[in-house]
Each structure stands twice: as structure tokens, then as C-alpha cells.
Design a protein around this ligand. Structure first.
Ligand code: ADP
Length: 850
């Protein structure tokens, strides 16, 4: 239960659950995945660093190679120009122009400022030189800077001869120390030389860039060039190219990797004065990840190159770190929460399972307790318990239920049909029919007495109570209930009945003598006796008669209970019966001063045992007379209710008290205990009346209002009015022999509706009379009739030539005791029957006869 409270919760509760030891697997996984990520990241980084370094080195190589290559190309250009001088001796300004035009310098070699020729002029040649150039049309030409120097090397030709280049025309490069150094070395060695950092003469406007010059010495033809002096001697001048380093490098690096920064120092150190080129003017905030300083030997110069990676370069290789870390962390956390959720869910499920187990345990305990109580209750009641599951087709019976029949549990195979095997064979059909009827009805409880076959062979009477479980359509699914052994109960009842019967019989004989003798004495047969004695003897006589009545009632009751009472059912005129009943009570009425009248009864016939009906009517009438005050009136009147007649006996007595009304028809019931003394009576009369009337197919009842008298009534089925005798025609006339009023009526209606002419009787005796007087095409027969078995009638019919072939439809609730039946003319139908069944059987039977 406590776990249930800690299931889903607030954020803090969730946090607590995450930190719970149950979640340790998730934590372990988190730590492990983070470690794995760290290793992977490390590996990735070193791999990236290696790639980046390789890439950087490659870029460096590419850059230096590009610079080298371009300078060699420039040298080649100058070599070409030098070759021009060496082959033709002196080159004219026009030739120079043509040569350079052909080279397409500006388009092909970005960064080159031009290609020029500077002529070596000795002081003694100076004037001639200036004059000669001026004569070419350059009137302002002069060697500058001015001043006397041992050797002048002024710029004579410079192509393209436009723009910035014009400023350099006539400039003596030998006068400037940096140029001087490069020129002198070039001239002396006969090799191409580069200057250090200079400012070009061309820097006349705009941004000033560092400048460089490349010199290729040109010597006079055929002069000896073996030593430095000879070379200086033979020097004609220099072909050269001035470069603005910024432009030159941009031209070279245009195609190179832009992700690197490059600084070039014209010298062996990274000396800021010597800086001739920088690809990046803005200084970087952070130190670069990759950097390299290298030195290049170029035409007599040592250059220091500083290459550094740019952020773009670094980002290209290391930019994924954040992504990798982010993704990794995300995945780890996802895994962590996933496992947490799984393990927490599992622990939640465990908590739930525990809770459910607890619940089940509690239920089990409660069930055990309830079973214990139930079994104790059954033990206490000594009843058996059984359960028929119609769906599962199983039967369960408790050990006690088995013991009642002398079996051990499991001794007989328990299937659904078992109960039929252990039921008394004689009762089986009736019990089955009864059960079928109960199942088809809407009833859900039943109580019935059945006889079962004990293992020893004796019959065990049992009170069976059941409950029927039904589905929504009313179909029975399960029948469960109890069985109570009635053997002892029956035995005691029988003893009691026998006792009553014996005592009553033994009393009746002497009592008859006593009341006979007293009657004779009080009637004066023995002569007159003193008045005082006469009175006493009359009391004795009256009471002996009363005692006789009581004994008769007791005997009747006992006979009814034992089922020994036979009814002699016959057709009687209602009027005659009522007149008789009235006249036999007339004396009592007169005696008590009550007026008794019979209102004109209807002309009707009833099928009754006249003696028993007289007994009933007498009881009603005598009660009415007894309870009606002197001078009052008792009325007998009849009314027809459907196919019944109701006989009413109304009085003007005090009525029946409300609290007694429900018990009026019970044995020994009297509204007032003093009644027996005041009115004389046993309280058995009405109970016996009810029993008699019901046996004759009727019912009893009463209406009473306090102070306004009572009406007792009994209803009896009317006999069908006799139809006129029919001629022997082919009319389909049928006879229905059925004592049970409802079934009889039903059969009559069904057959009449189908167009047959039908007559109905309720006894063997009446059937015999009918069969003797008329011819019937077929008959229906109930085997259990008040005056005997249907079997007798069948035998009679078959032995009579006139009726031998008549089809008989037996409508019975009884077993098919004639299983040996060979008679093809007999069709068996079992109650309850329906119209279709009946008519089909009848049509078949009639067709078979023809
Ligand atoms: P009893 O032999 O005592 O008359 P019954 O069975 O005939 O026995 O009647 C039972 C009881 O019903 C009577 O004792 C009486 O209390 C009541 N009872 C019967 N008939 C009447 C009636 N007509 N008016 C009032 N009470 C009656």
C-alpha cells in the first residue's frame, strides 16, 4: 500500500526516484556512454589534428612552390630580354617595346610592374648618353639623382612606358644602396639577383607597397667573362623587373588556399622592418592552431615566410567538436532517461504487482472465510449442495449430497445426466417435464420433492431447492441448490398420520354406539325421562355428534394427506346439488333462526364427486348460518365466469378479521379460540373444502368486510353443453379425455380452431359413455384420470371391433411405460404440447388409418 503512495509524483519526487538505487543501471549506462564518448572524441580530435596538420603542410608547400615557380617565370622573361641584347648587340626602344608587347605582361603576370633595361654608363659616357636619349625625343631626360658617381646605371627602357613607370625613367638605380648591392652581385656573378626591400620609384601615389627588383646582367658580346672584374668590365647593363610585392603575391596566391595567412620578410628574421607582404592586415585575437616559419633562398636573398592557419581553416577541421559533444551528450541523456523510465516503470509495475498480490491474498482470505462459513452452514443444516453448469456441461455435488445416496464423492461419473440416473425411475418423466417447464418459464427459484434411488436400493425422499441463473434472453445457464433428506421427516409424519388414523378409527366405533344410544334415549324411544336428565342427555348427545364430526374431519384430512382419497367424478346438475345442500342445512337454519335462500341457479352441469361437493357446500352454509345473527339471512347464488361457475354463500355475520384472513384455509385455523366452544367446530372444515374443490379442478376463496358479512365461494369447471347426436357422417369428430382443466381446455381450443368437432370428458367413466353412444375419428387421452388409468381404456377400445382402428394420441406427463407398445395407432405426446405438434400428430395418425 505504501508503494502506491510513491508512484507518480511531483518533480522532486521524480528526482528522488532518479537518484534511487533502483535506477543505478541507468547511472552506470550514463557514465559508461560518457566515457566512450570521451574516448571517441579524443580519437576524432587527434585524427582531425593529423589531417589538419597534413593539410596545412600541403598548403605551405603549395604556397612556397607557387612563389618559386612565379619567380622562375619572371626570371625566364628577363632571360629572354637579356638574350635579345646578347644576340643583336644594341636593342632599340622600338624593339624593346615590341618585345614586351608580345609578352603580354600585365595580363599574364599580375604583380609585375614592368620589364626594363638600365644601361651601364661610365662618367665619361654620361653626356653622350643623355644627348642620345634626348635625341630620341625625350628632351627632359637626365640621369637622376644628380651628382658624380663612378658608374651610372639609369633606367633607359621600361615597358609599359606609361603611368607610374614614367617616374622611373632615367633613374640611376646604382645610386641607391639596396639596388646597388643586388646589381653589383648580379654583375659580378653573372647570375640573377633580387634586391631586399625597397620603395619603388613608381610609388608616386596611392597605397605604398613594399618593392622588389630582379636583375639579370647583360654583357657586351664576345667580351671575356671569366672573373668578376672581367664581368664588371663587360657589363652593358641590366634587364630587370620591378615588383610591387603586394600585387605580386596576390597574383601568385590568387589560386592558393585562402584559409592561411602569409607574412613574408625579406631577410632571415621576422623583423617588422623587413616585412614585405602580409596577407592579413587585421591581427588575430587568438593564437593560430597551426603555424610554420620557413626560409627560402631566392636569387641571393633569404626570405622568411610565416604561414598561419586562419579560423576558417581550423573550423573546417575542428568545427564538429561542439556538434559531436552535443549529439553524444544528447544520446547519453536520452539513453539515461530511457533506461530510468524502464527501470522505474518496472519498479512501479513491481509495486503494483505487490499491491495486487496483497489484494488477491485478502480476497483469498475473505473467500476462505466465506467458504468456511458456507461449509459450516451446510454442515449445520446437514443439507447437500449441487451445481449443474449447463454451459460447461458439468455437475458438482458436495460430499454430503453423495452420502445421502450412499455413494462416495467421485464414485459415480458426474455428468449432466447423472441426476436422471439416481432419480427414482417412476418419477423421472414427471421430474423431467417439471424441470423443462421451470426452465422455460421465467421462474428463478424452485422447491420440489423428489425421490432418489439410494445405492442400497431404497428410495430417499428429498426436498430439492434450486436457483436458476439465466442469460439476458432468459436462457438457463446454471442451476444450483441444496437437497435435504426427508426420510426422517416423512417417517415421523407417517407415524403421526397413522396414529391419528388409528386413534380416530378406534374412537369412531364406540362413539357411534354412544351417540346412537343417546339419540335413541333423547328421542324418547326408551320412554319419558325426567326433564333434568333429558337436558343432560341432550348435551351429551350433541357433544358426541360434534366429536364424531371432528373425527370424520380428521380422517378426511389424513386421507387427503396420504393421497388415499378417491373421487367419484360424475356429471351432475348444479341446481340439484345446490338444492340438496340447502335442504340438508335447513334444520340448523331453523334452529338458529336464520333464513336460508337459494337464488335461481343457472341450468348447468358440473363434473364432480357429489358427496364431496355436498360436504364443501354444507361447510360453507353451516358456517354462514352459525355466524349470522338470529333473524339474519344466508344466500346461495351462482354466477358464470367464463367456462366456470362460481357458487357463492353469503351471510350477514361479523366478517372475518383482517389479521386472520390469510390463514382461513389453513388446518385447525380459527379466528377466535373460543369459536370451537361457542359455534362448535375444529378449524378443519375450510381446509378440507379447499382440498376437495381443488381436487375436482376448481378453486375456493372468500370476500369479507368487517361488520358486513362474508361470502365464501368455490369455482368449478362447467361441462360442455351436450351437442346433438350426430349421424354417421364423415365429419371429423374427436374426443378429448383429459381431467386437468387447463390442458383440457387448451386441447379443445386447438382442435376446434383447426376445424374439428370436439367433445371433452374428464374421466374414464364419461369416456366410456361417449364411445358407446357415438363414433369418433380419433381421441386424445390422458393416462392419469381420476377414476383409473388410460391403459384400461386403450385395452377396451382395441378389443371392441367398432373402435379397434381408432387413432389415439396420448398426451401425458407420465413416463412411456408402454415401451413394449406395439400399437401403431398410438402416438405419444408429452406435456407441454403446442398446437403444431398436436395437429401434425393428428393428421399423421388419421392418414395412417386410411
Ligand atoms: P370450523 O369447524 O371451526 O368452523 P372452519 O374451517 O369451517 O372450521 O372455519 C375456520 C374458521 O373460519 C372459523 O373458526 C371462523 O373463525 C372462520 N369462519 C368460517 N366461516 C366464517 C363465516 N361465515 N363468518 C365468519 N367467520 C368464519
Amino acid at each position: 500500500m505504501s508503494n502506491a503512495a510513491t508512484l507518480p509524483g511531483s518533480p522532486s519526487e521524480r528526482l528522488r526516484q532518479l537518484l534511487n538505487w533502483r535506477n543505478s543501471v541507468a547511472w552506470l549506462v550514463l557514465v559508461f556512454t560518457l566515457l566512450v564518448q570521451l574516448v571517441i572524441l579524443q580519437h576524432l580530435r587527434s585524427h582531425e589534428a593529423r589531417t589538419a596538420a597534413t593539410q596545412f603542410e600541403f598548403a605551405v608547400e603549395k604556397t612556397t612552390e607557387a612563389i618559386n615557380k612565379r619567380l622562375i617565370e619572371h626570371e625566364q622573361i628577363l632571360f629572354g630580354a637579356a638574350g635579345l641584347f646578347e644576340t643583336s648587340g644594341l636593342v632599340s626602344r622600338e624593339q624593346w617595346h615590341q618585345y614586351n608587347k608580345r609578352l603580354q605582361l600585365i595580363e599574364r603576370y599580375p604583380g609585375i610592374q614592368g620589364v626594363g633595361f638600365a644601361q651601364a654608363v661610365l662618367p665619361q659616357q654620361r653626356d653622350d648618353h643623355v644627348r642620345a636619349v634626348r635625341e630620341e625625343g625625350f628632351a627632359d631626360y637626365d640621369i637622376h639623382p644628380a651628382g658624380a658617381r663612378p658608374l651610372y646605371i639609369p633606367i633607359v627602357y621600361l615597358e609599359p612606358f606609361t603611368d607610374r613607370n614614367l617616374a622611373a625613367f632615367g633613374y640611376d638605380m646604382f645610386s641607391e644602396p639596396v639596388r646597388h648591392h643586388a646589381m653589383a652581385t648580379a654583375a659580378q656573378t653573372g647570375q640573377t639577383r633580387l634586391t631586399g626591400k625597397v620603395t619603388l620609384r613608381q610609388e608616386t601615389h596611392g597605397e605604398v607597397q613594399a618593392g622588389l627588383l630582379m636583375y639579370v646582367p647583360v654583357y657586351r658580346q664576345s667580351a671575356p667573362l671569366h672573373s668578376a672584374e672581367q664581368r664588371m668590365e663587360a657589363l652593358l647593363g641590366f634587364v630587370y623587373s620591378p615588383y610591387r610585392v603586394g600585387d605580386l603575391m596576390r597574383g601568385i596566391l590568387g589560386a592558393a588556399d585562402p584559409a592561411l595567412s602569409l607574412r613574408i620578410y625579406a631577410g632571415p628574421n621576422e623583423d617588422s622592418d623587413a616585412l614585405i607582404f602580409s596577407s592579413r592586415s587585421q591581427p588575430r585575437d587568438a593564437a593560430p592552431l597551426y603555424g610554420q616559419t620557413l626560409r627560402m633562398q631566392l636569387y641571393g636573398q633569404t626570405w622568411t615566410l610565416r604561414l598561419e592557419s586562419l579560423p576558417e581553416f581550423e573550423a573546417f577541421f575542428h568545427g564538429n567538436d561542439a556538434l559531436v559533444i552535443g549529439l553524444g551528450l544528447g544520446l547519453s541523456l536520452l539513453l539515461f532517461f530511457l533506461i530510468s523510465s524502464l527501470s522505474l516503470r518496472r519498479s512501479r509495475a513491481e509495486a503494483l504487482a505487490q499491491q495486487m498480490t496483497e489484494h488477491i491474498r485478502e480476497n483469498k482470505r475473505a473467500l476462505q472465510l466465506s467458504e468456511e462459513r458456507l461449509s459450516l452452514a451446510f454442515k449445520g443444516s446437514n443439507d447437500g449442495f449441487w451445481d449443474l453448469n449447463l454451459e460447461a456441461q458439468t455437475l458438482y455435488a458436495s460430499p454430503r449430497a453423495w452420502h445421502m445416496l450412499g455413494y462416495q464423492p467421485g464414485e459415480l461419473s458426474s455428468d449432466l445426466k447423472l441426476w436422471e440416473r439416481v432419480l427414482a425411475a417412476d418419477d423421472l418423466q414427471q421430474a423431467k417435464a417439471q424441470l423443462a417447464q421451470t426452465m422455460l418459464s421465467a421462474v428463478d427459484h424452485f422447491t420440489t420433492e423428489l425421490r432418489f434411488q439410494h445405492k442400497s436400493g431404497k428410495l430417499v425422499p428429498m426436498l430439492v431447492r434450486g436457483y436458476i441463473q439465466r442469460d439476458r434472453n432468459g436462457q438457463a445457464l446454471r442451476i444450483s441448490g441444496t437437497s435435504m433428506d426427508l426420510t426422517e421427516h416423512k417417517r415421523i409424519e407417517q407415524m403421526k398420520d397413522e396414529f391419528v388414523s388409528t386413534v380416530s378409527h378406534e374412537l369412531r366405533t364406540p362413539l357411534t354406539s354412544i351417540s346412537g344410544a343417546l339419540g335413541l334415549i333423547t328421542g324418547g324411544v326408551m320412554g319419558t325421562i325426567p326433564a333434568a336428565m333429558q337436558q343432560m342427555l341432550e348435551i351429551a348427545h350433541r357433544n358426541s355428534l360434534r366429536l364424531g364430526h371432528l373425527i370424520n374431519d380428521l380422517l378426511d384430512m389424513e386421507k387427503i394427506a396420504a393421497g388415499k382419497m378417491a373421487f367419484d367424478m360424475r356429471e351432475h346438475s348444479l341446481r340439484r346439488l345446490l338444492e340438496e345442500a340447502l335442504s340438508s342445512n335447513q334444520a340448523l337454519a331453523v334452529h338458529l333462526g336464520v333464513n336460508c335462500t337459494l337464488r335461481t341457479p343457472p341450468e348447468a352441469h358440473v363434473w364432480v364427486d357429489a358427496l364431496r361437493l355436498q360436504q364443501v357446500l354444507s361447510n360453507f352454509i353451516s358456517n354462514a348460518i352459525k355466524y349470522t345473527p338470529e333473524g339474519g339471512e344466508v344466500t346461495l347464488h351462482c354466477e358464470l365466469v367464463g367456462d366456470h361457475v362460481r357458487i357463492n354463500v353469503s351471510d350477514q355475520g361479523p366478517g372475518i378479521p383482517l389479521d386472520f384472513q390469510s390463514r382461513v384455509f389453513e388446518k385447525f385455523a380459527q379466528a377466535d379460540a373460543s369459536d370451537s366452544r361457542q359455534k362448535g367446530g375444529s378449524g378443519l372444515g375450510l381446509a378440507i373444502s379447499k382440498e376437495f374443490i381443488e381436487r375436482m379442478g376448481g378453486r375456493v376463496g372468500f370476500e369479507s368486510r368487517a361488520g358486513q358479512g362474508t361470502t365464501f365461494w368455490c369455482e368449478l369447471p362447467l361441462l360442455e353443453p351436450q351437442s346433438a347426436p350426430l349421424t354417421e357422417s364423415d365429419a371429423l369428430r374427436l374426443l378429448v379425455v383429459e381431467d386437468e382443466p387447463d390442458t383440457g381446455r387448451l386441447l379443445l381450443l386447438m382442435l376446434r380452431d383447426a376445424g374439428y368437432e370436439v367433445e371433452r370428458v374428464q374421466s374414464l367413466h364419461a369416456a366410456r359413455e361417449k364411445l358407446a353412444s357415438k363414433r369418433y375419428q380419433a381421441m386424445t387421452l390422458d393416462m392419469h384420470l381420476p377414476d383409473g388409468s388410460g391403459r384400461e381404456l386403450i385395452d377396451e377400445i382395441r378389443s371392441n371391433a367398432a373402435t379397434r382402428d381408432m387413432p389415439i394420441i396420448v398426451v401425458s406427463a407420465a413416463s412411456r411405460f408402454e415401451s413394449r407398445e406395439q400399437d401403431a395407432g398410438i402416438t405419444w405426446l408429452h406435456k407441454p404440447i403446442n398446437a403444431a405438434q398436436l395437429l401434425i400428430a393428428l393428421t399423421d395418425a388419421l392418414a395412417g388409418r386410411r
